[in-house]
Ligand binder design. Sequence first.
Ligand code: AKG
Ligand code: FE2
Length: 567
Amino acid sequence: MATAVNVSGEKHYDRAAEIKRFDESKMGVKGLVDSGLTTIPPIFIHPTDTLSDLKTKPQSVVVPTIDLSGPRSTVVEQVAAASRTFGFFQIVNHGVPVQVLDRMMGSIRAFHEQPTDVKTKLYTRDLESGVIFLSNFDLFHSKAASWRDTLQIKLGRRLPKLEDIPEVIRDEVVQWNLYSETLGEQLMGLLSEGLGLDMDRLKNTCLDAKLMVGNYYPHCPQPDLTVGIASHSDPGVLTLVLQDHIGGLQIKHKGEWVDVKPVHGALVINIADILQILSNDEYISVEHRVLANPSKEARVSVAVFFNPSAREALHGPFSELISPEKPPRYRQFAHHDYMTRSQALVTAFGPGTADAGNSRIRLPLIPSLVAPVIAPADSLYVTIEATTTEHVDSQERVDEHDNSRKVFVIQGNKEEKKTATTLKDENHYDRAVEVKRFDESKLGVKGLVGSGLTTIPSIFIHPPETLSDLKPKPKSVVIPAINLSGRRLTVVKQVVAASRTFGIFQIVNHGVSVQVLDRMMGSMSSWPMSRPNSIPVRWKAVSDSFPTSTCFTPKPLAGGFLPTPSI
Ligand SMILES: O=C(O)CCC(=O)C(=O)O
Ligand SMILES: [Fe+2]
């Protein structure tokens, strides 16, 4: 990695090449430190807005420590209060012996301190793998890499085969899997009660999908130029962290960074994004980070992430927490879509969206998939007019990025819900049940219309901010239609201009005959009654050779996407 160090002073620093080289070396940050460097390679240097925020002010606020051996009602109250105010708390007297904690920590340290060539055998970016060692899960997405290596192991029912878990941590991981299960159960019970819910409410959704990371933060020679983990919130339900005595974990509380001071024998608990959603914002998932470690001794932490168990099940604010005074703040979503959407955000918006420097692919706090979508006040919707030169007769709206195609919107004012019928029960409208019923009916929207309804079911009613924005204003803007048979230079210019200004355009003279388009359209509207295969197959052949299909998704490179260097 010496080259990377040398590159720092040079003008033509090729970040993509340096990242690749670092990754291919498989040595991790510890390997760099062991090679004796005294300055950090440029790929680890964070942007100035991150660096200028590293110095923390004197703090009077203390993240609460809760004694779990206290009376149940007191503990519930304390857990709920901390989850509402801080989103973080520490627990003591939690039933895990200090020796178990110390052994766990010791084994993770021992894993990272093995000779590099032992660890490189496990170095991979294949997230399906049960045991992964690597540096910076988001190395290829983030603005800057972070000073940390990570070992990740799937827990719960997905615990890898014993022989696949490195021997140096095997017993400890097996034990930690059991302890974290029990602790998770206990905490979910307390958190449910804290919301006034049945004790089992959270436990039933969120227990068996667990993931463990053993983070190793080696000494950093320039801790004011980088971080250990950049600011992020955890995407799952709940996180349990065991940290050693070095310190550096901080949370954002009322706009200020506050230390989570190490307490020997304690465990750190934090609310993650999905629990904030399930609790309809009663509990908060807060941003946190770890500073780069200035100490000569490496910092070690072990985090267990609890995720929703059923990837296909619909999640959303618990119905018991919804009332006229507290309307739902989020849409229903499937965990699977949530994760796909989150990763799509990273791809779509590029480096930085994944929250630079985190141990997994991280997301901006609560991805927009589930957050209410509010159209910017000054945005103007433009109807795409059919062009006369070619056959395009869909009256589509520019607002094609709307999320509602995958996830139903729950918000809608009372009046609107009352007008909705068919799948109803006005007083006890259970959205999850209705969505499920609609899905299981396999009718589709056309089936509903065929049944003769005259008002739309409640599950289709969009929030007021969407509805009040539906009336198109008089418009002078026209979405460009570009003639592909024009001069190449002109076409390129038009495509670039339209992509910059509108992000959408129509094409004519594109080489697909009107007959093919018409047949394609015709086959869609008659499907599946006639010829289910013939036309789509032919269409596929056309679209493979000529790129006119609707959606092109990038193929992931070795674990991520980078902007085209020349841009
Ligand atoms: O290392 C720590 O203390 C926290 C780690 C963390 O925030 C994470 O892995 O998500
Ligand atoms: Fe975290």
